[in-house]
Write a protein that binds this ligand. Structure first.
Ligand code: HPA
Length: 276
């Protein structure tokens, strides 16, 4: 009798990488995760191979509007990169592995530098919708952790690489694009926060809040990747303004800033390609 061993995460990952490798041989140095409404940046990548996530076995799919599930392999200037267009959020599956999978794929492809972008609500009262914020650190309020069940932990005192923070700030200055800086708080979603929760998150010391990023960044750090993050502040959080928040508002503002945001990302990638 043949005993069939259940497939492990490593087996799945190997199959995913094989499917990707059958479509492109490009070896990207940098990966970038494009958040809500920021997907269009991918269209500016040259010599690209676009891989629909549906064609990659075991790869998670997103159901959120504005989140096309594609992996784009190509170049910005001379720098080879992989852009993840459209991320799957934890609340879509309730399984943390779905959100970690792109990071595992990037790591398996030998990528050592990661730029994470997201849409976030402004907690800091000085912020206005359309602001960009360099993420200097995060607070994980998702009550999830990539290392649960793995009998190990990974802690870094500097999740968001300091030289990369400086590089992002220098790029913004050179491109004359204003950038704030602050702490990102990750929540599980899918509901937006209540006014009382916003008050609590501000008291905790966060400047922005969103439904992604924190677990991905923790895993990328454990893999030894250099990580940088930028939030697009798409709205002010509940309780700051007396109005209801909608996903439409988030994508509308992300749409408005996609020009300067894309310009900044290109400048960052070129600089990263020269530096690392
Ligand atoms: N809260 C949580 N996630 C978000 C927000 C918000 O206000 N805006 C965009 N993503």
């Amino acid at each position: 009798m043949k005993i069939v061993r259940p497939k492990t995460l490593e087996d799945n990952l190997k199959e995913s990488i094989k499917a990707i490798r059958s479509q492109t041989k490009l070896k990207p140095k940098i990966a970038i995760i494009l958040g809500s409404g920021l997907g269009e940046f991918a269209e500016t990548i040259s010599s690209s191979t676009v891989i629909d996530t549906q064609s990659i076995p075991h790869y998670p799919h997103s159901s959120v509007e504005g989140h096309k599930g594609r992996l784009i392999f190509g170049k910005i200037g001379k720098v080879k990169l992989l852009a993840f267009q459209g991320r799957v959020h934890f609340y879509e599956t309730g399984n943390i592995e779905t959100i970690l999978y792109p990071i595992r794929v990037a790591h398996a492809l030998g990528i050592k530098t990661l730029v994470v972008t997201n849409a976030a609500g402004g907690i800091n009262k000085q912020f206005t919708p359309g602001d960009l914020m360099l993420i200097t650190d995060h607070i994980n309020l998702t009550f999830e952790n990539p290392f649960i069940d793995q009998n190990k932990s990974a802690t870094s005192h500097q999740l968001y690489d300091k030289p990369m923070q400086n590089l992002i700030k220098a790029s913004a200055q050179e491109e004359s694009i204003p950038i704030r800086e602050g702490i990102y708080c990750g929540i599980k979603g899918p509901s937006y926060e209540t006014a009382a929760e916003v008050q609590m998150i501000r008291f905790f010391g966060a400047d922005a809040v969103g439904m992604s990023t924190v677990n991905e960044v923790s895993l990328a750090n454990a893999f030894g990747m250099r990580v940088g993050g930028i939030s697009c502040i798409t709205n002010l959080s509940t309780g700051i303004l007396d109005q209801k928040l909608s996903h439409k508002e988030v994508t509308e503002i992300a749409n408005l800033v996609k020009g300067p945001f894309g310009q900044l990302l290109r400048a960052i990638i070129v600089k990263l390609g020269n530096k690392f």
